[in-house]
Design a protein around this ligand. Sequence first.
Ligand SMILES: NC(=O)c1ccc[n+]([C@@H]2O[C@H](COP(=O)([O-])OP(=O)(O)OC[C@H]3O[C@@H](n4cnc5c(N)ncnc54)[C@H](OP(=O)(O)O)[C@@H]3O)[C@@H](O)[C@H]2O)c1
Length: 283
Amino acid sequence: MDSRRLSIKGIEVPNFVYGTAWKEDETERLTRLALEAGFRGIDTANQRRHYHEAGVGAAIAAAIADGLVRRGDLFLQTKFTSLGGQDQRLPYDAAADDATQVRQSFASSLEHLKIEQIDSYVLHGPSRRFGLAPSDLAVWGAMEEIHAAGKARFLGVSNVGLDQLDLLCTQASTPPAFVQNRCFAATGWDRDIRAFCRERGIVYQGFSLLTANLRELNQPAFARLVKRVGRTPAQVVFRFAQQAGMQPLTGTTDPAHMREDLAIYDFELSAEDVRLLEGIAGA
Ligand SMILES: NC(=O)c1ccc[n+]([C@@H]2O[C@H](COP(=O)([O-])OP(=O)(O)OC[C@H]3O[C@@H](n4cnc5c(N)ncnc54)[C@H](OP(=O)(O)O)[C@@H]3O)[C@@H](O)[C@H]2O)c1
């Protein structure tokens, strides 16, 4: 298999994803630049507070129309965000029940993205910090119906703790295929959840790999490794993430960084370097 792809349930998906949060009016332009740079995985959400999903859709439609990419080459992921994570710009009726909200949000995502099927449909996060509320399970049930109808190839969940992921996997008839979490080196890069995912064939997507780990990435041990490998710190982190089994996200707004982030397939970290980075918080 191409080292830029990873396989999930026999289907190949890109092993690096471009994230579109916080780009506001620049969303369309930056998504286009990311596609031009070579990203084929795109992450967004139907949550106007942090994302502009319609801007992502406009960039994708134009890129398909002018032959830059084909729909089949893309991995398009979006999210359902419950009321607690939204501002007043809701993609559903606030008074509707959970399942109706999911159906409305999903229909609006298809419109924004101008596509017929989502590759990965993600629950943005459970509504409580520990455990799952009945409404979380109702939301998941509605997502499962979308999946069963063939409108979403995979389901995913974000911002979850191990107990919540375990509960979801036990209670769901369709367990998540993706987990998307902020990845802190201080927790061994979400060690327990990654191990759980590995056992179950779930793909772990890590975000904030650079920004959540400033202290660890300032360690002399990290600087020494970067110098020895001869790559940029970001390249080392993203390559490490892939070699440790993650599908990393980057949301860079800089075209030079986009190219830099994708230029990591011509080097590999040694098993020893991967081990060192796994434990960098204690270095
Ligand atoms: N599920 C959730 O709740 C959730 C939450 C947060 C994020 N996400 C997803 O994850 C995506 C990525 O977000 P993130 O939190 O990882 O942060 P990010 O938006 O990618 O920010 C990375 C920061 O590092 C800087 N940077 C410097 N060198 C870089 C390099 N070579 N490559 C990349 N960045 C570099 C960037 O600046 P430049 O722009 O100047 O490069 C930027 O300030 C989001 O767009 C979103 O799709 C999901």
